[in-house]
Design a binder for this molecule. Structure first.
Ligand code: ADE
Length: 239
């Protein structure tokens, strides 16, 4: 899968995504991440890409033309009209199912706004999806773009070491993940739950599922409505 991140701050996204799991996937060519510097498409001699908003108001707006030219360069490279996600607090709130849906694309363009945003006319022409990462306002779309690349990449086969680990994660079945423990068996006087040391696989699975249900009921009761619980589990939640 290839991501093209249209941004005024290419170092920010490349430094972040070039690290750890996404960085390794890029080295192995399971993942392509390319920052497209919108400033390279400035059309005036001052290299500026922003201007005052018509009608007045605070701050500056990113102008339509550099964004459009940067998009055209990507479109030419991929040889078709790619899906373009504009990161904005006005978009649909990102969630795991959206990550799964985006992971089916061959390539994805992520458009990062800055300052007070981008001239509406170019958004109308090129954007296919408006996505927010939550109800708060950030200074730009770079962190949200990195969030999306991270969440989508880990669903691409081979990116995680262990292919089953994405399958059993929090949210995959609308339940949060169960607690996990590693050595030593006792730490600060706290014991690892004995069932995990029993070697009894079926009991371990049963305990983990229960823990997931209990955690979800306690921390994210809103998710439980969508979870597929059996009668015993429903009883557990009612307690
Ligand atoms: N840009 C600024 N804030 C944002 C948010 N919450 N989600 C996506 N893009 C943003």
């Amino acid at each position: 899968m290839r991501f093209y991140i249209m941004t005024l701050f290419p170092d920010m996204v490349m430094n972040g995504l070039g690290t750890s799991i996404t960085g390794r996937a890029m080295e192995k060519d399971l993942l392509g991440v390319e920052a497209v510097n919108i400033r390279d498409y400035a059309f005036n001699k001052h290299n500026s890409v922003d201007d005052y908003p018509y009608g007045g108001g605070a701050g500056m707006l990113m102008q339509a033309e550099p964004v459009y030219q940067a998009y055209n360069a990507v479109k030419e490279k991929v040889g078709r009209s790619p899906r373009v996600v504009y990161l904005s607090p006005q978009g649909r709130t990102f969630h795991q199912e959206m990550a799964e849906e985006l992971a089916r694309e061959e390539e994805l363009v992520l458009l990062c706004g800055h300052y007070e945003g981008i001239d509406e006319r170019v958004l109308e022409e090129i954007v296919t999806d408006y996505v927010s990462i939550g109800d708060y306002v950030l200074t730009g779309g770079e962190l949200p773009a990195m969030v999306i690349v991270d969440a989508v990449s880990r669903l691409v086969p081979g990116v995680l070491h262990n292919d089953v680990s994405a399958e059993f994660d929090s949210f995959q079945d609308n339940l949060l993940e169960y607690p996990q423990y590693s050595r030593p068996e006792v730490w600060h006087g706290k014991q690892v739950p004995p069932v995990l040391l029993s070697g009894h696989h079926a009991n371990v699975e049963k305990w983990r599922r229960e823990q997931s249900v209990i955690r979800t009921a306690r921390n994210r009761p809103d998710l439980l409505e969508k979870a597929d619980l059996d009668e015993t589990e429903k009883e557990l939640v009612r307690k």
